[in-house]
Each structure stands twice: as C-alpha cells, then as structure tokens.
Design a binder for this molecule. Sequence first.
Ligand code: HEM
Length: 130
Amino acid sequence: MGLIYVNPEGVLGNPIPPKSVPHIRGTFGRMGMNDSETVALIGGGHAIGKVHGACPTGAGPSPAEDPGNPWPGTCGEGPEKGKGPNTFTSGLEGHWTTTPWKWSNEYFKNLLAYDWESWKGPGGHWCVSR
Ligand code: HEM
C-alpha cells in the first residue's frame, strides 16, 4: 500500500507541491509509468467522479476498529446511511469538473486556466481552490 499510495494533502500531509512532484514521479514510476503517462492517468481519472466527505460526524470506525465494516459513514439513516450524499471517504468534498459523470479534458483546462491556492477546509483537511 505504501508503495502506491499518494497522500492527496501532500507528502506526509503537508501541501508543498514541489515535494509532491518527486513522490508522485517515484510512485507511478514504480508502476512503469513515465511523466506524460502519469499526468494523463491522474487528470483523465479525475475528469470523472468526485471527492466525498461533507458528513460532519465523519467516516466511523477504521479497518483496525471494525475490519468487517470499515468506515461505514455516520450520516444519513437506513439504506442511505453512509451512501450517496452521505458518503464519507477522503474527508474532502467537491468535484474536479462541471460534468463529473462524463469523461472530458476539463481537469487539465481548469488546472491551467486558474491560479490555485491551498487552504484548510472546515473538515480540517488541506485542499485547493481558485
Ligand atoms: C496522485 C495520485 C492520486 C491521488 C492523490 C488521488 C486522490 C484522490 C482522492 C482524494 C479522491 C477522492 C476519494 C473520495 O473522497 O472518495 C479520488 C477519487 C478518484 N480518483 Fe484519484 N487520486 C490519484 C490517482 C488517480 C488515478 C491514477 C485514477 C484513475 C486513472 C484516479 C481516479 C479517481 C476517480 C475516478 C475518483 C472518484 C471516485 C468517486 O467518485 O467516488 N485517481 N482520488
């Protein structure tokens, strides 16, 4: 896991992009990818989907605490508990493009079209916004 994991908040949770570059290059290099393949994969992958984590009471028990049902999510009731809008995974919240259900080039367009700055969100995680 440690060999392929990239912390989305930065190396050791510190949002310092120049430190993330060698880490991401090393991680994806171990999987046989060069720089352009790595960029295409990360940007292409994040053209779809979103980050999840607006539930203020968090993800619930970790795998160490409850291996059978880790991080079930603690918001919502019944079958909606921890699902759909109540999903809590990274603890960040938002999507990368305006059409997260459809693959596009927008991740890269947004990356280049705006200045981005890191800030700590209300959930206590580092994220970036323009
Ligand atoms: C530097 C490497 C990467 C980092 C730091 C990273 C980080 C993240 C984070 C924080 C999330 C949100 C998880 C959540 O809150 O549910 C996420 C979701 C996602 N990632 Fe990545 N990711 C990386 C590489 C990739 C790659 C290589 C792909 C695919 C080719 C990919 C595809 C996705 C998709 C599709 C989602 C959305 C999942 C959903 O909608 O539930 N990611 N990523």
